[in-house]
Every structure is written in C-alpha cells, then in structure tokens.
Write a protein that binds this ligand. Structure first.
Ligand SMILES: Cc1cc2nc3c(=O)[nH]c(=O)nc-3n(C[C@H](O)[C@H](O)[C@H](O)COP(=O)(O)OP(=O)(O)OC[C@H]3O[C@@H](n4cnc5c(N)ncnc54)[C@H](O)[C@@H]3O)c2cc1C
Length: 391
C-alpha cells in the first residue's frame, strides 16, 4: 500500500500518543487536518513536486553561526543489539547500539525489545537510559500496563539524542559486510514500526514533520543501499524519484534522487516524551549504574538496557565504539523546507536553526569541537549553495 492509499484508508483514526490501537490497525490520525497546525507540519512543500527548481539556498556565513555541537554515535559494525540475558534473578533486555539512527529506530527496536522481554513478567520494570531509545522503550512498557522507573546518568537535554539532527533515516547504522539475515529482519521490523509510530506524532507538540530530501551523487547510486531502488525500506520513502538535470539547481551533480522522510526535532521531541512518561505515572531516578551487580541489586527484576554508548562499559561490549559527529547550526531560515546530502555533507532545516554536517570519526571519544573542520564544512556548504543555478 503506498502512502496516499494508506492515508485515505485511515481518515478516522485516533490521535493520542498512548492510543496505539490506530497504529496497530495501520491507521494514521487526522491531526494534520486540524485548523491551527502550521503548514510545514503537514507535508513538504508540494509546489516543487515536479522538481527542485526554485529551492531557496541556505545563507552560509560564519556570522550566522549560533552554535557548534558534538555527539558520539553508539556504533556497532554488526548493528544494534536487541536480545535478552539472565543476570541472577534479573531478566535484562538489551536495546542499544543504534549508531547514527537512534532517533529513527528507537520506537521500532523498543517494540522488538518489549515483545521479547515483557511476556510473562509481573511487577515493576526498570529502563536504564533516558535518550530517544530509553524513552520510547519506557512509554511502550507503560502502554503494556507496567509501572516503570527510568534510571539514567543524564536526562534530556544532556543526552546524545539531543545532539542528533533528527532525520528519519538509517544512516551510519552498521557495516553492510557485517549484517546478518537475522539483523536485516530485525531492522526491517523496527523501521516499519518506527515509521508508522512517528506518523501519529506529526505536529508541533512532538516536533515531527514531513520533509523533502535530495541525495546527490557524481556517480550512479548503489541500488542495493538504503536509498537504492532495491532498498528493503523503499516502501517507506514516498515521493521517491530521480530528477533530470533541468529539474534541480544542484550544479555539477548528475545523479539527484528525491524522497520524503519524517524529521524529528530532538529538543522538542525528547522534552515532550519525558513529559508524556511522567504524566503516565513514570518515575525517574538520576543515577549511574556502575556494573552488573548494581543492576542485579535494583528492585525491578525486568530491566531494559537502553544506555547507548554506556553499554560498552556496563556490559563489556567490545564492538561498541563512538563515532564522533559535529554539527554547526546557523540562524533559522524558515523558507528552507528541504534537506540535502552529498558526500559527507548534509543540511537539515529545523525550527531552531539550519544544521550543517557532517563528520563521522570512528573511535574518537572527544567531545571537543574541531574548529578547523568546522571552517572547512562551512566553506564547503557555502560553495555548494552559492553554486545553485536557475532551472
Ligand atoms: C551529529 C549527530 C547527528 C545525528 N543525527 C541523527 C539523525 O539525523 N537521525 C537519527 O536517527 N540519529 C541521529 N544520530 C544518532 C543518535 O543521536 C543516536 O543513535 C541516539 O542518540 C542513540 O540514542 P540512545 O537513547 O541509545 O543513547 P543516548 O541518547 O546517549 O542515551 C543514553 C542514556 O543512557 C544513560 N546512561 C549511559 N550509561 C549509563 C549508566 N551506566 N547508568 C545509567 N545511565 C546511563 C545516559 O545518561 C542517557 O540517558 C546523530 C548523532 C550525532 C552525534
């Protein structure tokens, strides 16, 4: 079923975050039709459905910078971990290692984790971690009827999830050579659930909206990659098509592919998720768990491990490694409602600014901004947007 049929069939579904029945029945609420919702939350600007001509360029200048931030993606070459283990009388369900796709997949891997670990359990449940993954996991447990306590060393806005750009896309998730059929199946199930879940959250309350993306390349796209025509996620990419050279302003790029994705604004989204969790009776304890013994000592006998990069020390996961990412944010430009990615560079527009990336430094634990790289990224983006041509 394509997105239009899906939307048409589901015109009358409910709107509450905690009301999953609409989601499970495959339907989307009518929130977007209500008066008062800003247009940009409804869909990308369809005036450029027939091509990308007339896109407003980003004004890139050092004086427009409002901040530069760094975060460490929790990366595992073989992909995220959703599995269960027994520690004494405590059942631990792991849900970590999402690399550059933790906002994207958080709902989906959490659904897998809850389905794996919760059946048969009675009594309170603990969630370790309060980033995008821990919050989604905790809310799903509440929806399943459990009393939940989150234990976390840091809360939003002090998490890696707050640094993320928020594009819904499985970027920097794993090494293609290391993916197993089992992992691919988990990924597909997780992406499918997460994709549907974010659709019932579109609007200013959660900072979720649809966005047009342009992927640019000098050579033909890898058709078996995630944006390829044979991508297993192809059904989750509405408005997917290649643009001819007369249809876009991107000078020098022969291969231009467009598709729409949700974008999630982490500062808005994570604050709303934490509120949602607390309103539903969830408890939060700011506390670092030092080791397995500390986990076994918790009163809860079912524990979900959503500690991101923290799982490396807590569970001795040698494969888990940081991938340092740096973003420079310019003043907001509300007329810019599209994202663009070419090579390592990408631009996402958000209400709190224009995000310019990006860097991917595997094994680098430093949270210090690299000022030289920032200057280079600004210069490369400036050259790109200054070269926009009329079409
Ligand atoms: C520059 C950049 C851009 C990105 N862009 C995107 C994007 O566009 N889309 C996307 O989907 N993803 C993106 N990501 C990736 C995304 O940020 C991560 O995948 C995601 O934040 C992981 O979420 P998490 O909840 O697992 O981890 P975190 O947000 O790091 O949360 C971990 C939680 O566990 C707690 N914790 C850790 N150790 C312990 C312990 N021992 N005891 C108690 N608590 C502990 C922490 O305090 C925190 O609360 C980006 C990342 C970076 C750096």
């Amino acid at each position: 079923m394509n997105r239009r049929h899906f939307l048409r069939r589901c015109g009358a579904a409910g709107t509450s975050l905690l009301a999953t029945s609409a989601l499970l029945s495959g339907c989307i609420p009518t929130t977007a039709k209500r008066a008062g919702v800003q247009r940009s939350y409804l869909a990308p600007d369809t005036s450029f459905t027939s091509g990308a001509c007339g896109l407003p360029p980003v004004h890139v200048a050092a004086e427009r910078e409002i901040r530069t931030v760094v975060g460490l993606r929790p990366y595992r070459p073989s992909g995220f971990v959703v599995r269960m283990e027994q520690l004494g009388d405590t059942r631990v369900v792991h849900n970590y290692g999402h690399g550059g796709a933790g906002i994207t997949l958080s709902w989906g891997t959490s659904k897998l984790a809850v389905d794996l670990g919760a059946p048969g359990h009675r009594g309170p449940v603990a969630v370790l971690g309060c980033g995008a993954v821990g919050l989604a996991n905790a809310i799903l447990l509440q929806e399943a009827g459990y009393e939940v306590t989150i234990y976390a060393k840091a809360l939003p806005p002090e998490t890696t999830s707050n640094i993320a750009g928020g594009q819904w896309f499985p970027a920097y998730l794993s090494d293609p050579a290391k993916r197993t059929p089992e992992f691919n199946a988990q990924l597909l199930a997780a992406a499918d659930y997460a994709y549907r879940r974010y659709q019932i959250m579109v609007g200013p309350r959660y900072g979720v909206r649809w966005m047009r993306n342009y992927f640019l390349n000098h050579k033909a796209f890898n058709e078996s990659g995630y944006i390829g025509t044979q991508s297993p996620l192809r059904a989750m990419m509405p408005e997917y098509r290649d643009l001819a050279s007369g249809e876009h302003p991107f000078a020098g790029y022969e291969h231009v592919r467009q598709l729409d994705t949700p974008i999630i604004e982490p500062p808005v989204y994570l604050a709303a998720m934490l509120d949602e969790f607390r309103i539903a009776g969830g408890k939060v304890q700011v506390r670092e768990l030092a080791d397995r013994a500390a986990i076994i000592a918790l009163p809860e006998k079912l524990v979900f491990n959503c500690t991101g990069l923290g799982a490396k020390g807590l569970f001795d996961d040698a494969e888990l490694t940081p991938v340092k990412g740096q973003l420079t944010i310019l003043l907001p430009q509300p007329e810019v409602q599209y994202a663009v990615a070419h090579g390592d560079l990408y631009m996402f527009p958000r209400s709190d600014g224009i995000l310019l990336g990006g860097t991917h430094e595997e094994g680098n634990w430093s949270l210090a901004p690299d000022l030289e790289r920032k200057r280079e990224i600004l210069a490369e983006h400036k050259a790109f947007f200054d070269a926009f041509r009329a079409c």
